[in-house]
Design a protein around this ligand. Structure first.
Ligand code: PLP
Length: 283
């Protein structure tokens, strides 16, 4: 069952609990995380929390709750959901205060939801998905997992209108990332992805894929990828917590490789699945 939490109370996921004067609601003044729970155990929880605390600090959000007590709420929420496989959404905002751009002297608001896995049709994972290319119109601090997602939403909607799953964003002729994913190209059995910088989010799934590639001795290069390299790639895939490792078989009108998910992408999908199963297995 879907359940939620807001400022100290467990509530129904559709309960109207957030007052109008809430800064997440009015300004998108906050940060968030999406964590996947497999077999009742959060996957890479510490890495997600590291990023959440980093994002909060980057926007000067006074989120000083101890990690242990914060984790306790997450575990309680998971238990209350009664689900084994679910997505947990966490949001921290600058709190409740009459609308004013200046920071209020108010405690932060914490909200969470726990919902069954957001299902991406299995056929995408198996046969690959399509993407469009779109200019990256976002701000200069995309390493922060901020609630402000308007440019991402607009680009994703363009992708959807074109019958595609994702929009791959580019800045100065080079790829940055997807609207809600990191992007990888494979050429001559080498994986390439945009280096971490303030222009992209340091994806947790990206980190998992990097570890998998290193363990399997697959060359993994963090370097800028030009738009032409995307079109000429043997394989392309995207990663995110909810789409995991997703093959991209067409960008715009151009087929990638032979238009089928490539062998290395398949291998990474299998390794990723094995990793999530292994680290969340019952002790
Ligand atoms: C802009 C952006 N890049 C990358 C990602 C992938 O991050 P993760 O693998 O931590 O889910 C996301 C996830 O939502 C995202 O919004």
């Amino acid at each position: 069952m879907s359940v939620a939490y807001f400022n100290g109370k467990f509530v129904g996921s559709n309960d109207p609990v957030v007052p109008i004067d809430e800064r997440g609601h009015q300004f998108g003044d906050g940060v968030y995380e999406v964590i996947r729970i497999y077999n009742n155990k959060p996957f890479m929880l510490e890495e997600h929390l590291d990023r959440l605390y980093m994002s909060a600090e980057a926007i000067a959000l006074a989120f000083d709750q101890s990690r242990e007590s914060f984790k306790e709420i997450i575990f309680q929420l998971i238990e209350r959901s009664g689900l084994d496989n679910l997505d947990v959404y966490l949001q921290i905002t600058r709190g409740l205060a009459p609308r004013n751009h200046l920071f209020p002297d108010a405690p932060v608001s914490i909200s969470m939801t726990a919902k069954p896995f957001r299902s991406i049709p299995a056929e995408f994972r198996e046969r690959g998905a399509k993407a469009i290319l779109h200019p990256d119109e976002r701000w200069m601090n995309c390493y922060i997992k901020s609630l402000n997602l308007l440019p991402n939403l607009l680009a994703k909607q363009e992708a959807h209108k074109a019958g595609c799953l994702e929009a791959i964003l580019h800045r100065d002729g080079k790829l940055t990332e997807g609207t809600s994913s990191n992007v990888f190209v494979i050429k001559d059995s080498r994986i390439r992805t945009t280096p971490l910088s303030r222009h992209i989010l340091a994806g947790i799934t990206r980190m998992a894929v990097q570890r998998i590639a290193q363990a399997a001795a697959i060359p993994f290069e963090e370097r800028h990828v030009a738009i032409e390299e995307l079109y000429e790639a043997d394989e392309v895939f995207i990663t995110s917590t909810t789409s995991e490792v997703m093959p991209i078989v067409q960008v715009g009108e151009k087929l990638i490789g032979d238009g089928q998910p490539g062998q290395l992408t398949r291998l990474l999908q299998r390794h990723f699945q094995a990793l999530t199963t292994a680290v969340t297995a019952d002790a």
